[in-house]
Design a protein around this ligand. Sequence first.
Ligand SMILES: [Zn+2]
Length: 436
Amino acid sequence: MYSKKFLKLIPYFLVSISINTISQIWAQNIYTIEKISPNGLITVSLTVPVDTTNNKNTQLSLRDDIPVTKKQVINVRCGHTKLKHDKSGNWLLPTTCNKVTWQVKPELSDNKPIDLANQLTLRLKKAGWILFSESSSLLRIKHSESASVLTSTNNIPLLGATSTLYGWAIPPVGTAPEFYIIGQPETQQKIIADLPVTYVIDNPQQTNWSELQALHQKTLRYFTTILSLPADLPSNEKSLLLIWLGTEAKNKQVNGAAGRRSFIANYIYERNHRISTSDNMHSLLVIAHEQFHQYADMVRYKHPVDTSVWIEESLAQYYALKSMQKALSADEFEAIKNKSLSQDQNIYFKFSEIEQQIKENNYKNYSLLYSQGPKFWYAMDQALLSSSQGKYGLDSLLPVLINSDCQNGQLPAAFVQKANEIGGNQINNLLKQYVQ
Ligand SMILES: [Zn+2]
C-alpha cells in the first residue's frame, strides 16, 4: 500500500522509474537496531509505514501467537512521549507518530541455565554477542500485512537468516518466529545438499561441537532426501542460521526452539573433561528435532497447513531419532533407539485427547508427545513396511502427511487413506489405539 495523494506530488519521471521501489519501501515495516548501551539495553525503532500513520487506533503489541514468559520490551516512546499499554499489552500509536522506539532488556545467560524454548533475547557476555529473539522483542503493528525487515545503524553488526534488499526478513505473525545475532561471533559456513548453512556457536573452543556439527550435517542431508523443497523456493529463502548454546551436563536441561529459517538449540558440555557419548547423542537428538521442524517449514513454503501440535512434535521427535541412523554407528544408533522406543509401552492418553488438553492450556501430558509419540510413528513405519514387503515406509507418505490439513487432532484424511491402502487393518488398529 502507498499513499496516492503523496505520489501526485512526485514528478512523473520519478514515479515511472521508481514506483516499484517506493511501493516496496512503503509497504515494509522497517525495524532498526539503533543502539546497545554499555549494560546491554538494546534500542529498537520502527519506522511506521505511511499508510499506517494516518490510521486512528493503530495498536502495537508483541506477536500474540507465541506466548512469552517474560516481558522484555520497556520504554516504548514516540519522540519524547512515553506510550502506555493497556491491560492486554497493546500500545496505542498516536496518529502523528512516524517512528516508535523502545528498549529490549536481554536476559543474561552466562551464569544460569536458560530454557531456550521460552524464546527470549539473551545477552552472552562471555561470547560477546546477543541472541535477538523477535517474538519477545519486536512490537508488531496489529493487523498489518506488510512485510517486515530488521536492520541496524551505527555500524552495529547484525546477522539474520534471510537477506532481502532492505534488511533481514522478519516472518509474519502466524508463521514460525526468527532469531538474529547482534555482534560479531565466529561463524562457520557450510553448504549441505545445496543449502547454505551458517553455524553460530557460543563457545567454539568446546571440544564436542565440531563433532556435533558433522553429525548434524548428516541428519539434515537425510531430511533433504525424504522431503524435497518446492521448485519456486527463492535462493535467499534457502539459507539457514543455526545458533547453538552450551549447557553444562549438570544442568540437565537441553532445549531448543525452531524458527522459520533459523533455530536455537543447546548442546551439552562438561567443564573439565570430554562429555559422554550418550550426552552428545542427547544434544544431537535435540538439534535434529529442531532441524526437522525448520526444514518442514521450508518444504511447506507458501502453503502452511492446519496441523496439530501432537503431529508436529511427535513427528519431529521420531524423525530426529530416525535421522540419527545416518549419523551414528550401528551400535550407537541401536542404543539410542532402544532407549527411546523400548521402555514403557503403555499408552497413557490418545493423541486427540492430548491435543484437546493443549487447546485448553493444559500441558500436563505434553511430554508424552516426545515419549509415546515416536513409539506410535515407529509402529506405523513398521506396519507400512511389513505390509508392503519393504516397499513403502513412513518416508514415502511423509510429503502427504506434512502438506495436508488436519482437523480435531486427527491425522490428515489423505494420509490415512494412503496408509490404509498399504497397511489396511494394521493401520486402523494403530489409529484406534493411539489417536482417535
Ligand atoms: Zn518441537
